[in-house]
Design a protein around this ligand. Sequence first.
Ligand code: PEP
Ligand code: MG
Length: 602
Amino acid sequence: MSGPPFLAGLPAAPGVAIGRAVCLAPHRAAVPRYLLAPGQVDAEILRWSTAREAAVRDLQRLRAGIDDASSELAALLEVHLLLLQDAVADAAIREHIQQHRHNAEWALLARTEEATRELDAAEDAYLRERKADLEQVSEHLLRILMSARLPDADGRGPAPVLAGLAPPAGTRDELIVVAHDLSPADLLQLKKDGFAGCVTEVGGITGHTAIVARSVGIPAVVGVRAVRAVVQPGDLLVLDGQAGRVWVRPGAAHVASYRRKQQRWQSDRQSLLQLKDTPARTVDGHAVDLLANVEQPLDSDAARAAGAAGIGLFRTEFLFMGRAGRLPGEDEQFAAYQQAVLAMDGAPVTIRSADIGADKPLDGMDGSSQNPALGLRAIRWSLSEPEIFLTQLRAILRAALDGDVRLLVPMITHASQIRETLALVARARRQLQARGLDVPSIPVGAMIEVPAAALTAPVFLRHFDFLSIGTNDLIQYTLAVDRTDASLATLYDPLHPAVLGLLAQTIAAANAAGKEVSVCGEMAGNPRFTRLLLGLGLRSFSMEPGQIPRVKREILQASAAAWADRARRVVHHDDPAGLLRALNQGSGARASDIAPCTYGGQ
Ligand code: PEP
Ligand code: MG
């Protein structure tokens, strides 16, 4: 399909925005540097601490205003607050001003550059990811220092950092921010100020900007390299957050067609919200469980708000990470699991034992493995640390006293691992019984994430109560494509016939054994695959809470029986992607829902 030329980026947050460009200046490039007179040093240090306090208040205020936003967002703000309040960095900047008599902006820039160099060199992937946070916090401080914002003498606080960008009163055009990068705090402010969308030069789909844009509902395209070189302030832009495209100064016909698309998108969102309490059932009467993936207990609120029938995947490893080597004890873990269980109010909560290793290492974890994704990770790590594993198992079993808890075991592959795992679960239960706690026996499930496990699914079905297919890893290991390597994104293909074959046979084996099977990888949350998975016999999907409404709508419109035959054809076709596209369109699935496949790093 041809059309006017566009700038291509990554589809970070869906929706359409049409408006005038507001270009955020690259503050770093314009940072002033000057030498202070000896008598000015104290005042400069005071200027620095005032700016820092203003930034902290900005973030605290934003944090206080987001109790209904996803807790992932709150966690991001928390990270930025911690960086802002870092006493070591503060001392280094004061010392720089004192010793070199440089202005605060320059001292801040010098400290940021030193810290980002250290992070670049870090072995730990988690620490390397903190670089973007550090740069965003520094940008926030620079904007305050350079806009000469005054302390809040009246107690109401300084003007918001991006207040200068707010749409001029009386303007009829909406505004779209074009920036090198935006912090979570910036995005919240943009949302408050009524901006219609944003485009950034850097960032990925799973990066912080994208996460926050999705959670606050601002259409966003990220990773549009050099967009600021092309776009002039005031240019008319059309932004398609679903396709990851930006049109600069488009013609009237294109704008009109996108206005219609925007209206359809908005009314679509409204109707989706009304589906929250509608049971997920296909047109031919098959009930489907739509469950939520969560990373921390507070995420259960988002799960409930989206109408999830339970938690299908609680990724517990986030409780273990970023703690400078001090792992959570039994009571601390129990409190976290119990919080999620109580919040779900009797609905099932599937807690996965820690999937530590590979791209989720512990602080200080030995990174000497040449191939961490093939190394000591997930259940391999847990079995190599039986006391840590037993501690986690006891915490999970105790939480089962308060609700419907299930245990899920990641990346299990060998019969010996099955025996050892189940023996440790039984031992943890005996340990609790010896303490006088009458903990129930809970369902234990295996994640199917390695082709070897999919090919021997009947063995797993003999020993486990349920299966959950982790397609993110199953695709990585089937196709030998690193899921975190963006340069291989086009090879990371969920519709490769080998992947589809493994999926089909695992689902069929579980159904034949009369045991529950779900998919909890990203495939489950992409409406493009909903009908196919239904056709393969899947009746349980677990996904990010925000993905539930669109997947539910697909289910409400699909016939599982009709798709059984179609799914068989897709699995055995030379071009499964082409056939699925044609079948999805033929069955009336909305083009706006059929997201392109963007998987790298998920
Ligand atoms: C998966 O691999 O599909 C999965 C759900 O686990 P994670 O993404 O946490 O590795
Ligand atoms: Mg996995």
